[in-house]
Design a protein around this ligand. Structure first.
Ligand SMILES: C[S@@+](CC[C@H](N)C(=O)[O-])C[C@H]1O[C@@H](n2cnc3c(N)ncnc32)[C@H](O)[C@@H]1O
Length: 528
């Protein structure tokens, strides 16, 4: 029976924001059960959780069986109804009995749900659950062409030889493993999409740094930055170096340069390797093992820096593969259908249970471009909330430090988090800060963004912006303009990106870079 207790503990820890199910299972060396067995149970039960939640809620079993917590009920009900080998416990075990004595009722609820959803058999329902779960997985492999090493045209003759160009991203995500297709992205220059089955890691192009496997969302900040000749750009949190090498590629053979900070010495080694593989060592200076927050913006190296790209450590909740944290639905909470926010979990009346209180039961993302996802903060698990607040404090410090660079006129701030706490709220904390007011920093409006970024439809959450403005009294700005200035990407959409957030800050003035700057109007539609 320890299997179910151990799995329930892992699920509760994941739901409180302590990590993905995968990392919690495979990083724990003291597990009593086989990691593979635990992971299979947890990922299957998570996949089925929207159905199992309804079955358990409709059956009323949680109100009758005092031994069952919602997570235990989810796991046991999964094995009772859906696992070929049934519940892995002796038939007389009290926990097994607590669910199996309701088998008839639970099976009847499963049948009801199946019929309601229009499936003729359990196999048909299973096939639909499988296809839904694979939709959340990455089907697209984003490939950035490293123009320091090769042009897109030359890559077409080598790596892409035998591949057919398509103008439909959908065709890429629908491709079978034999399909050799590529798509040229409309927002990011030199970015391709290939079917995820394309085995690029073994290609010469990858080994020689001609291509960099980088999610589309992660390419947005360097494009927004728009490096111009003569500039010096700081990448403040650089390893492993995706954005550093992208910035370097946009410097090309101009006189622009990049200074990359990476606090962690080991990660700085990875950064160095990546910069070398990308052929960017003559463009990038690496401040390895150095804390960006401890650097002196007035130093000789930094006082002429004109732009800073900030991509600090974050919760990583937008990363694909961490879906399992956010999408498990537990019984004991209402069935949410068309909600933008996490549905509040109903507190159970009987005694306290460690996995019931304040657990996000569901996150639903509204697909409308102007209302991207935000979490309903008040019902966040306490652990997650305090972890996010700690991250947000650090992220705000990074922005404020960047705002103190004397010649800087532009900053980009990004996270691969879906949480407003790390995104919109940090942004407006920064705008309302003393240093922003003193140095004249303001938001980089949508109208001022380069076309590939300005035309991206998913923008910040107006609701989160309004809440942030309220929290920073005296900061009087148009919430619509501010939300429009923020860029969001959502995972699990047809756009094939991970969850991501980006915003920019601008100010007039600052010292000019040493060289004369060319007039630069951003990327035109023809170029992307
Ligand atoms: C989200 S990752 C950056 C990913 C990177 N921008 C890319 O696109 O490949 C954040 C990085 O910032 C580093 N970091 C965190 N705090 C830092 C600080 N105060 N100074 C410099 N680097 C820091 C972390 O070690 C980590 O490698």
């Amino acid at each position: 029976m320890s299997l179910y207790y151990e799995a329930a503990d892992i699920l509760s820890a994941s739901l409180s924001g302590k990590g993905s199910i995968q990392s919690l299972v495979y990083s724990n060396k003291t597990l009593k059960n086989k990691p593979g067995h635990l992971f299979a149970l947890l990922s299957e039960a998570s996949k089925w959780s929207p159905v199992l939640k309804d079955i358990i809620n409709q059956s009323g079993v949680l109100a009758i069986e005092k031994k069952l917590t919602p997570t235990l009920a989810l796991l046991l009900c999964h094995d009772l109804l859906l696992s070929k080998s049934g519940i892995a416990a002796p038939s007389a075990h009290p926990l097994r009995l607590s669910i199996s004595r309701h088998k008839a009722r639970l099976s009847a609820e499963l049948t009801k749900i199946r019929i309601k959803r229009g499936y003729g058999s359990l196999d048909e329902l299973k096939a639909s659950i499988e296809s839904l779960s694979s939709e959340g997985n990455k089907r697209i492999r984003w490939v950035r062409v490293n123009t320091l090493k090769i042009s897109l045209d030359d890559l077409s003759a080598t790596l892409l030889h035998g591949y057919k160009h398509t103008t439909s991203l959908q065709e890429i995500s629908d491709a079978s493993s034999d399909d050799k297709l590529y798509y040229v992205d409309a927002h990011i220059p030199n970015l391709l999409a290939l079917p995820s089955t394309a085995n690029l890691l073994k290609s010469t192009a990858y080994a020689q740094g001609q291509i960099i496997l980088q999610d589309k969302a992660s390419c947005f900040p360097a494009v927004l930055m728009g490096v111009r000749p003569g500039e010096t750009i700081v990448d403040a949190c650089a390893a492993p170096g995706n954005k550093t090498t992208q910035l370097a590629a946009s410097c090309g053979d101009s006189s622009a340069r990049v200074i990359a900070f990476e606090k962690d010495k080991l990660r700085a080694l990875t950064l160095r390797k990546m910069v070398e593989r990308a052929g960017a060592q003559h463009i990038v200076s690496i401040n390895g093992g150095q804390d960006f927050l401890a650097c002196d913006p007035e130093s000789d190296q930094l006082r002429t820096v004109t732009g800073l790209l900030l991509d600090p450590s974050c919760s990583g909740s937008g990363i694909i593969g961490r879906d399992d944290i956010a999408t498990v639905e537990l019984p004991g909470s209402p069935t949410a259908v068309d909600q933008t926010h996490i549905a509040p979990s109903r507190k159970r009346k009987r005694g306290p249970s460690k996995d019931t209180a304040s657990i996000p039961s569901q996150i639903q993302i509204q697909d409308s471009p102007d209302a991207s996802l935000v979490e309903a903060e008040p019902i966040m698990a306490d652990d997650l909330k305090s972890r996010l607040q700690g991250l947000a404090k650090f992220q705000l410090e990074i922005i404020k430090h960047a705002m103190s660079f004397p010649a800087a006129t532009k900053i980009t701030y990004s996270t691969c988090s879906i949480h407003a706490t790390e995104n919109e709220e940090v942004v407006f904390g920064a705008l309302a800060s003393g240093i922003a007011r003193e140095r004249g920093w303001r938001i980089w409006t949508r109208e001022e963004q380069v076309s590939g970024i300005a035309t991206w439809p998913r923008r910040g959450s107006q609701e989160a912006v309004e809440a942030s403005i309220k929290a920073h009294q005296g900061y009087d700005q148009d919430p619509i303009e501010l939300a429009e200035a923020c860029i969001r990407c959502c995972k699990g959409t047809d756009e094939g990106t991970m969850g991501f957030f980006l915003v920019g800050f601008l100010r007039d003035g600052g010292e000019s870079p040493e060289e004369e700057q060319d007039e630069w109007n951003g990327f035109s539609d023809d170029e992307v």
